[in-house]
Write a protein that binds this ligand. Structure first.
Ligand code: FAD
Length: 451
């Protein structure tokens, strides 16, 4: 670690018999509100997390196996995960506070890591804490472990944290959780949490190594369509692997380390360029900057693609795609992909695309949809405008209203994309009408952590 804590001390009030470390005054994190003492003492893990991680595979017996029949090595894994779940199930409600402490402690232990986080570090620290604990809590559940480890790997890659960060990460995480756990911190919890961290970190490192790296990209055009909407085209230095409808993470020079997800508007292109439709959200750090200040020639960084619907072009069931605002990018990608399949001779499933916008400007993609639908009898496009009830070419009101009026959509696969509010409203309306949840695909359209 690059910052060694000061001498271990044992202040009055410390738990007897426990080794404590005082965080140096200059690097000391701001104490949580409940701790107003002048000297902040961070209880340290009695043994630092091992830098060499324990090797998973984790084999866990079925629940019916009597404990006496469980191999000792597996029991250690189960107990480590149980210890994490037991504490975190009670602490999750304080996640924001724990994450603040975790971040502060991490930067005091390894000041060099501060540059990997955005100016406002708490949201990124919170996502990292959450995904690390989720992976630690799943080390005895092979069915959940892969997804949890993949999410942690993406966070590690997004923050560009390599394995030299593991030790301060583990120490900061255990220290922060213990600080808030109070009486929940049972004897042996240190060892169990350190072990769970090591068990999760190993596979996460391996998964992170498999992820495509970050690619530099040059902005080649920036068109501002309205005060809060811009279309930006970028040319990556090397191709960004993605499927139609997936999103990629993006970092712009005006907002270093603040990665946001954007969805290429259209299927992957032969020239590798990516077009993004960006809406400035109120108070938005990145979106407002992109809409107002991005310029041709500036350099962006593009991270790996993820999420997105998997659309089988020839499936028997009909397809409904309901999108609002910049969610239209997802629909454009799906339609272009399906049109490509139709051109290749696939009997593409009947598809209805409903595109909603608050204003006519929001519906700037409708011409492109109309071009796509031109020679394709299987593709129907419906536009809905909230502010122009007299345009007879458009359905009046919101796209959710338009969808409900022409429903129910009981026999369809459905893809929904748009703002968080639009997604919530669409999914609620579909479920109320009887569309089964497992036929509805949506990505949460925000990385907001609810803080
Ligand atoms: C899978 C996925 C794909 C996405 N694709 C696109 C895209 O193609 N084009 C695009 O413009 N955006 C897209 N987003 C949203 C984008 O990633 C950002 O969340 C959004 O631009 C806001 O970032 P910000 O830094 O400006 O706002 P922040 O500074 O992070 O947040 C400011 C405020 O805005 C709220 N907020 C955050 N996101 C949204 C949102 N989407 N709608 C309304 N309010 C929000 C926050 O709760 C907060 O109150 C996508 C998000 C996801 C998860």
């Amino acid at each position: 670690m690059s910052a060694e804590p000061a001498e271990p001390i044992g202040p009055s009030g410390a738990r007897p018999g426990r080794l404590l470390r005082l965080v140096p005054t200059t690097n000391r994190p701001t104490a949580p509100a409940r701790d107003s003492t002048a000297t902040t003492v961070i209880p340290a893990a009695p043994t630092a997390p091992p830098t060499t991680v324990l090797a998973a595979p984790v084999t866990v017996p079925p629940p019916t196996t009597p404990l006496s029949a469980v191999p000792a090595a597996d029991l250690v894994v189960v107990r480590a995960a149980e210890a994490v779940r037991a504490v975190w199930s009670r602490l999750a409600a304080s996640e924001a506070e724990v994450a603040h402490w975790f971040g502060a402690l991490l930067f005091s232990l390894a000041p060099g890591l501060r540059t990997h986080f955005p100016a406002q570090a708490d949201p990124a620290a919170r996502r990292l804490l959450r995904s690390t604990v989720a992976a630690m809590a799943a080390v005895d559940r092979p069915g959940e472990l892969d997804a949890a480890v993949a999410a942690l790997a993406r966070e590690l890659r997004a923050l560009e944290l390599d394995d030299t960060a593991d030790e301060p990460l583990g120490v900061a995480l255990v220290g922060a959780v213990r600080e808030f756990a109070g009486d929940l911190w049972a004897p042996g919890a240190d060892d169990a949490w350190v072990r769970a961290f090591s068990l999760a970190a190993g596979p996460a490192r391996a998964a992170a190594a498999e992820l495509p790296g970050v690619v530099g990209a040059t902005v080649v055009s920036h068109r501002r369509l309205s005060w809060d909407l811009a279309v930006v085209e970028v040319e990556p230095d090397s191709p960004v692997a993605h499927r139609a409808g997936q999103s990629v993470s993006v970092e712009v020079p005006q907002r270093p380390c603040l990665w946001r997800r954007l969805t290429p508007a259209g299927a992957p292109r032969a020239d590798g360029r990516l077009e993004f439709h960006v809406r400035a959200v109120e108070g938005g750090w990145v979106s407002r900057s992109v809409v107002a200040h991005s310029r041709s020639g500036e350099r962006w960084r593009i991270g790996p693609a993820e999420g997105g619907p998997v659309v089988d072009p020839g499936a028997e069931r009909e397809l409904l795609v309901v999108v609002g605002g910049t969610g239209a990018s997802v629909a454009l990608a799906i339609c272009e992909d399906l049109v490509g399949h139709a051109a290749a001779g696939v009997d593409v499933r009947p598809t209805t695309v409903m595109v909603g916008g608050r204003t006519p400007e929001d519906l700037h993609t409708l011409d492109r949809f109309a071009d796509l639908a031109g020679g394709e009898p299987w593709l129907a496009i419906v536009g809905a405008c909230e502010s122009d009830p007299f345009d007879t070419a458009l359905a009046p009101g919101s796209v959710v209203d338009a969808m409900s009026r022409s429903g129910p959509w009981l026999e369809h696969d459905v893809v929904v994309a748009g703002s968080p509010a639009m997604i919530r409203a669409s999914v609620a309306a579909l479920l109320a009408d009887g569309t089964p949840l497992d036929r509805i695909h949506y990505d949460p359209f925000t990385d907001d952590d609810g803080s």
